[in-house]
Design a protein around this ligand. Structure first.
Ligand code: AOF
Ligand code: ZN
Length: 378
């Protein structure tokens, strides 16, 4: 739980500096995967002497970028960072060494690193070297920014974001399953950003057969494409489905024992993951655990009502991003999800609405599952 008393101990100036840290960290939103989004500001005598953020896994961490920028001016400085500095040798050397060697005297962090290789060890190392440490400044925002990384580290699964576009009365298509441009171009281009920030875009065979989507990011300057993941228990996907693209970065989960077809997908470069399943249905918790093994922090669920329903009924939707266009379709239109059985009022999935905004002529509501919100704060 973020300790409000701790946050209250920080001054307005310190809070403003941490806000700058978040701005820097956000620059890595589309690229740091599987690493967390981290920014760092170095301050001496009330003046910013260095700034940095983590861009790509394998490249320098935020602290080392800021230290490089500051040079000698880092001596005697205070480092503001949204995540506990690492103390382990990973793809890059420990940030704690860098900070200590550069003569930084104080570190103000927003939160502890949930990575078991760090988990408080970074703070300990700094303290042992005589560096003053304070943590908890804007912790709630820090946890939100890295909700995917935290969920993977703490729960062994990615954070699941369900995206849907519906009419004002919550319908996604007409009775025949037809829909086109329920929302306008602004909302549709925002979805490109949602994809770009995700480790993987996940869909079901129903959507592949109905729409033959590509589910890739079509933006300028894309540095990395999210993985595309298809849940296809019976292996009904055609070999020429557009989602396969060049076959790179595509995972296909199936319960089918059709080894010939599995082999044909493998030849296209698709990674076929076989699951025994439950009565020939994929077990979503196992799918998510496997996606965590593939280092997915956040996944975007862009699926039809059956798969969305399965995720919701298994309490596996952490966040819903719902776009509403200005039309209605009534009770014969398709709803966002279908359930196996009627959901009683008392057992309905409950969400906390985080924001409601206009996106061009449409509305966007972002909501977080109550249980996920509690888990993230813990
Ligand atoms: C920091 N600053 O900017 C980031 C940190 O393989 P590596 O060396 O990149 O280490 C990855 C781990 O380091 C990652 O899992 C997380 O625990 C921490 N990320 N730490 O001090 C940063 N990105
Ligand atoms: Zn580090």
């Amino acid at each position: 739980m973020p300790d409000p008393a701790v946050t209250a101990n920080f001054s307005a100036a310190e809070t403003a500096l941490m806000e700058r840290v978040f701005e820097l960290a956000a620059k890595g939103c589309q690229t740091t995967q599987p690493n967390p989004r981290v920014g760092c500001v170095l301050v001496k005598g009330g003046e910013i002497v260095g700034e940095g953020y983590h861009g790509f896994a394998g490249e320098m961490h935020a602290e080392r970028e800021a230290l490089k920028h500051a040079g000698e001016r880092a001596r005697g400085a205070t480092a503001y960072v949204n995540l506990e500095p690492c103390c382990h040798q990973g793809r890059t050397p420990p940030c704690t060494d860098g900070l200590i060697d550069a003569g930084v005297v104080k570190v103000i962090a927003a939160m502890r690193d949930p990575n078991p290789l760090v988990a408080g060890g970074g703070f300990e190392t700094l303290k042992l070297a005589g560096v003053e440490v304070a943590s908890g400044l804007l912790e709630e925002q820090a946890r939100w920014l890295n909700r995917g990384f935290i969920t993977r580290m703490q729960s062994g699964r990615p954070w699941v974001k369900l995206k849907s576009a519906a009419t004002l009365d919550g319908r996604t298509a007409d009775a025949d399953g037809f829909s086109k441009w329920i929302t306008g171009s602004e909302a549709r281009s925002e979805v490109q950003l949602l994809r770009a920030e995700s480790s993987a875009v996940v869909t079901g065979i129903g959507t592949v057969l109905a729409d033959d989507p590509q589910l890739n990011v079509r933006l300028e300057n894309v540095h990395r494409q999210p993985m595309r993941v298809i849940l296809d228990s019976q292996l009904s996907m055609p070999l020429d489905a557009k989602i396969i693209g060049d076959g790179d970065n595509v995972l296909l989960f199936t319960c089918s024992d059709d080894y010939d077809k599995q082999g044909a997908f493998a030849e296209l470069g698709v990674e076929v993951l076989h699951q025994v399943g439950d009565q020939n249905r994929l077990v979503l918790e196992e799918v998510l655990a496997e996606l965590a093994n593939w280092q997915c922090n956040e996944i975007l669920l862009e699926a039809g009502q059956t798969l969305c329903g399965a995720f919701l009924q298994d309490s596996l939707v952490d966040e819903a991003v719902l776009y509403y266009g200005g039309s209605m379709l009534g009770d014969r239109g398709k709803s966002v999800f279908v359930s196996d059985a009627a959901i009683s009022f008392d057992s309905r999935p409950e969400f906390v609405i985080q924001s409601a905004d206009m996106i061009g002529p449409d509305a966007r509501i972002t909501a977080v599952h109550k249980a996920s919100k509690a888990r993230l704060a813990a």
